[in-house]
Structures are given as C-alpha cells and as structure tokens.
Design a protein around this ligand. Structure first.
Ligand code: FES
Length: 188
C-alpha cells in the first residue's frame, strides 16, 4: 500500500529547485484523504511535502514560519471540518494561528497567501487534492521568496553577496546560520 508520506516523498522531486509547499496534515482527515487519493493513484503536485500531525491544533506559528524560512515557498495546514476536530477545538486554534502568521507575513511585506488553512473530512480525497493544487497554483504565481541570515542587512544580502541575485534564495550555508524572511524588495 502506498502511504501519503510515500506518495509525497516520491512526488517531492523538487527538480531543479522547483517551489516547495509544506502541508501540515491532520491524521484524522487530511492525511487520511491524502492516503486515499494516493491509493487511487491520484497525483499531487510535485511541490508538496506532507507532514503528519495528530491534529492541526499541534501546529504553532513557529512551525509555519520556520518552514518558510528554511526553504518552503508556501505552507498549508489541512484539518478536519469546523466543528469536527477529534480534539474539539484544535482546528479552530490552527485557524487562529494561520491568521496570525498571515498578518505577520503581511507586516513584513511577504504575501500572506503563502500560508493557508484548509478543512475537509477523511472521506473527501478530491477536496484534499483540490486544496493542494490551489496552493500550488497560488504560490507558483508569486515571485520568489527572498531570505537572509538573521541579523544581516537584507539589502546587502540581496545584492552584495555575489552568490545570489535580488529575488533569489540565499545559499544553504546562510540558511543554516539562522534565516529570516525578507520582503521581495528586500524590505522588512
Ligand atoms: Fe483533525 Fe483536530 S483532529 S483537526
């Protein structure tokens, strides 16, 4: 049997530095829907990487921001339908955290649509696939997300480092030193 994780890993070729989307999926609904769609051999965009959670209530803003800072071009949280969280209010907490991260991104000039929340039931694999495809389409239409080392002058990183050009990602070494998100124009 092909699990959703296997499907995601197979599909995450990230060939040639393609965009990447990290999907934090509740085990009870979104991940189950992803597994069913994988078993039906429904292909997902190669950009998506699934992260299994017991409930979306376990997602913190730090998880979402770290994923973006470490290389993801978009992050999505996929949980149970509103009112159907197996842990009562986990998905409502996730919605609040996604909204918080969207506002935070917007405040530093990063497109808030890079972080989205979706809800579905386990019996709705097409809804999961549609959510992933929508995320891939929306993120794919955005300009590249620029990052720089924490504490570094973003304008110097964008134009002066020599190993990167404006609008491109910084190198892996710089990311490992503690990355920060930077607005497309190099602004905070
Ligand atoms: Fe699915 Fe909480 S159990 S969102």
């Amino acid at each position: 049997m092909t699990t959703a994780t296997e499907a995601a890993e197979v599909g995450t070729g990230m060939a040639g530095g393609e965009r990447s989307i990290v999907a934090f999926c509740c085990r009870e609904c979104a991940y189950a829907a992803a597994d069913t769609s994988a078993n039906a051999r429904t292909s997902l965009p190669p950009s998506v990487r699934l992260i299994l959670l017991p409930c979306t209530g376990r997602v913190s803003p730090l998880h979402l921001l770290s994923a973006l800072a470490e290389g993801a071009d978009g992050v999505m949280v996929a949980g149970c339908l509103e009112g159907q969280c197996h842990y009562r209010e986990g998905n409502f907490n996730a919605i609040d955290r996604v909204t918080f991260v969207q506002r935070l991104l917007e405040s530093v000039g990063v497109e808030p649509e890079r972080c989205r929340m979706f809800t579905m039931s386990a019996g709705e694999p097409p809804r999961f696939v549609a959510a992933v495809k929508e995320m891939d389409r929306v993120v794919g239409a955005l300009p590249p997300l620029t990052r720089c080392a924490a504490g570094a002058d973003p304008s110097a990183t964008a134009v002066g480092a020599g190993d990167t050009a404006p609008g491109t990602r910084v190198g892996a070494a710089r990311r490992s030193a503690g990355p920060a998100l930077v607005a497309p124009g190099g602004e905070h």
